[in-house]
Design a protein around this ligand. Sequence first.
Ligand code: NAI
Length: 415
Amino acid sequence: MNYDVADLSLASTGARRIDWAERRMPVLRSIRERFEKEQPLAGLTVGACLHVTAETANLMRVLRAGGAEVALCASNPLSTQDDVAAALVADGIPTFSIRGEDDDTYYRHIDAVLDMAPDITMDDGADLATLLHTQRTDLNPIGSTEETTTGVIRLRAMAADGTLRLPVVAVNDSDTKHLFDNRYGTGQSAMDGIIRATNMLMAGATVAVIGYGDCGRGVAMRAEGMGAKVVVVEVDPIRALAAAMDGHRVLTADDAARVADVVITVTGNKHVLRRQHFDQMKDGVVLANAGHFDVEIDLEVLGEMARDRRPVRNNLEEYELADGRRVLVVAEGRLVNLGAAEGHPADVMDMSFANQALAAEWLAQRAGQLEPGIYTLPVELDREVARIKLDSMGAGLEELTEEQKSYLAGWREGT
Ligand code: NAI
């Protein structure tokens, strides 16, 4: 079997972590039981480019239980859990990822997955899909799935200019994905990453969150819960207003830069923090990024502005500016929750990856029948994922009475 991981001797530690995650993924477990019986992916190869974590390992197991051959590479050079990668290889799953790999290795690993001519590709950030439209036009998969907001935006841009040649399921757009993974997953794990890297007390600190989408809202909520004074920066007036009414102070990035002790970017946009902001920041400010790509903080310019740079803790680098102020950057400006912590908890990846598994099945059932385009999974599947999750949490779900159903469906009563 072909593979490339850091150290196979880590496999038993990785296997323990995969098993622990599985215990907290009841929806995925129920899909696995059904897949074992029904074999919806029999004869297909699934090539995945996802963060190589214990939760992803469970998704790989489920796809294999459904009859697929699977191969996995990383969707970020800094998010791989090397013990998990080793455990996957020990379990017979071709895995290509090493934490901290350089750009050449990163793309070599993506190529290795594409070399297996996958029938379905799974992305977190559209790396496989992009290559399928540039260097690997020789391959013709049934379709692809996309995990994250930034990937969906890139794919929609391809669809808009008529380049997209595949059907793609935007898993991010399922409610049981973005309303939970992006909000509660990113909210908790981004704060977790910053705290692991700095061990700083959030109570009383001013935390600026740039971008108040699903993710930013979660980060702001958790920072506030820890006692931080939260400042939000937005370009969208509706979202800025929502932040204000959620109780946060809404400022421009310039004003936020002056008051913040911690700044977290989570916009999916480029150079959200740049020279004009670095110029105004307080000594000792901590910068972290939770958006998909490492382009949100202009680290090239920060490097040019620095007269010295040094690592001060694991995943924390200090830039000393010409005037003596120090700016601390967590996890090289890459996804802070994966670079400096363990990514989202399994409890929430349960729903995201349930949607991934269902998306693979949905594509397999429609092989050759779908036009190129961006698809969202049917709402019944979303509701089913939510139902199973609620059930596993011991929650009760009220049902409409027949009288209520007809009241809601009519208009005469009450007039
Ligand atoms: P979203 O589209 O819901 O929110 C992004 C927000 O940023 C929007 O409200 C937009 O108006 C705002 N924004 C854009 N440019 C801005 C600027 N220059 N200044 C201030 N605000 C700006 O997206 P979502 O779902 O919140 O995702 C954000 C990013 O996080 C994406 O890159 C996504 O792929 C990534 N993501 C990261 C995760 C993680 O594990 N860290 C998990 C899920 C998504």
